[in-house]
Design a protein around this ligand. Structure first.
Ligand SMILES: *Cc1c(COP(=O)(O)O)cnc(C)c1O
Length: 406
């Protein structure tokens, strides 16, 4: 009998497998607990109670209040609510500050706002992908109503100085209060953060924070936003008035229950998990950089990263190889049972270059040859050694084909 070949999954930044404990926890909510949380009878109350327990748990985890958690269908809806909802509350007039390396879930609603007449400043990043806090401060205008900067980048793993940006926004808001100007709202797309980064909303000074359960071993198609009390946000979907009227529609109860359980597990083990992933990451990077014509994207401390100074997601590796197409590399590795992703979130058939890799000014002949290798709970050193073993031959094959074609 033929041995079933093993898949080496290294695309945890795109999707994490559902934790079996989460799956089990969700079961009753696909079955016996079927009431609508908005119904006032026994079955509704039962569902409502479960929903509110999850809300309270998520709030505690962020150091927030229960009323400040709004359930959504995922990270994209959360970012859209933060961006379109604040803009609508300001009558789609004024100015937004963001960065060039945001996820499309942020960039696309911003583009839409521009078409309505809102002005948007997309701040550049440096070669490691960091936005400058000074740049944020200098970009603030009298009519600025929103600053939206992601917590950690999904392609290159760079962790932005969110705490410092929060300070700058708070400082501007103190002056604005005296001048009777409305406060600037600070949103961060935190989809890549759970399990790795501090989520204390008060310490970080964040007004809106958006999350997606499918990035932390929870179910797909569910997420939440933290929405600070008193923050001006208009709904972007209207209906039955669920979720304090901010997000109408029957809540995804099994999803929400799974998300709360997944968050509990992610936070509980985050220190240990982060340390072991960072060790695997650094091992792989050191080995990979011995290959010919390869560059690392994102944060890297050449002196060796000191604890507390690790400004790269523990599970992120982004490499650019000279003279190959990232998509070819991805497909070749897939043929060998290894799942990675290209630098770009490209649609089928398109060879569009990643806006993130362009923003960090990667060299022209490397930019297309970008792959993201993202690690997770099941990743072993053996998996990475196998990838290190097959990489040179795959690169050699691709480069020789490339040589013939050019
Ligand atoms: C995955 C992701 C999103 C989108 O989340 P969905 O749940 O897929 O809508 C947004 N921002 C970042 C940084 C992400 O990684």
């Amino acid at each position: 009998m033929q041995k079933k070949s093993k898949i080496i999954y290294l695309d945890y930044a795109a999707a994490t497998p559902l934790d079996p404990r989460v799956q089990e926890f969700m079961q009753p909510f696909f079955g016996s607990v079927y009431g609508n949380p908005s119904s006032l009878h026994k079955k509704g109350t039962e569902a409502k109670q479960a929903l509110e327990e999850s809300r309270a748990f998520i709030a505690r985890t962020l150091g927030a209040q229960k009323e400040e958690i709004i359930f959504t269908s995922g990270g994209t809806e959360g970012a859209n609510l933060a961006i379109l909802g604040t803009a609508l509350a300001f009558e789609n007039k004024g100015h937004v500050i963001s960065t060039q390396t945001e996820h499309h879930a942020v960039l696309e609603p911003l583009k839409h706002l521009e078409s309505l007449g809102v002005k948007v400043t997309y701040l550049p990043v440096n070669e490691q992908g960091f936005v400058s806090v000074k740049d944020v401060e200098n970009a603030i205008r009298k009519d600025t109503f929103l600053v939206s900067v992601m917590y950690a980048n999904n392609e290159i793993g760079t962790i932005q100085p969110i705490l410092e940006i929060g300070h700058v926004v708070a400082k501007a808001n103190r002056q604005r209060t005296l001048k009777k100007l409305p406060s600037i709202i600070f949103h961060t797309d935190a989809c890549q953060a759970p399990g790795f980064l501090d989520l204390s909303v008060n310490k970080l000074g964040i007004d809106i924070m958006s999350f997606s359960a499918s990035k932390f071993y929870g179910p797909k198609g569910v997420g939440f936003v933290y929405l600070r009390k008193g923050t001006k946000v208009s709904p972007i979907a209207f209906g039955g008035g669920q979720e304090k009227g901010v997000r109408s529609g029957t809540e995804n109860l099994p999803g929400v229950m799974g998300m709360a359980k997944a968050l509990e597990l992610a936070v509980k083990n985050s220190k240990k998990e982060s340390a072991s992933l960072a060790a695997l990451r650094d091992y792989f990077i050191e080995q990979a950089l011995k290959l010919k014509d390869v560059k690392l994207n994102g944060f890297w401390d050449s002196l060796g990263t000191k604890p507390g100074h690790d400004l790269r997601l523990p599970n992120n590796i982004s490499l650019s190889f000279k003279g190959v197409e990232g998509e070819d590399l991805m497909l070749y590795l897939d043929g060998k049972g290894i799942c990675v992703s290209t630098g770009s979130a490209c649609s089928t058939g398109s060879t569009e270059r990643s806006h993130v890799i362009e923003s960090i000014k990667q060299k022209k002949d490397y930019i297309r040859g970008t792959v993201r290798i993202s690690l997770g709970k099941k990743t072993t050193k053996k998996d990475l050694d196998y990838l290190l073993k097959v990489l040179p031959e795959v690169l050699k094959t691709l480069r020789s084909v490339q040589g013939i074609n050019s």
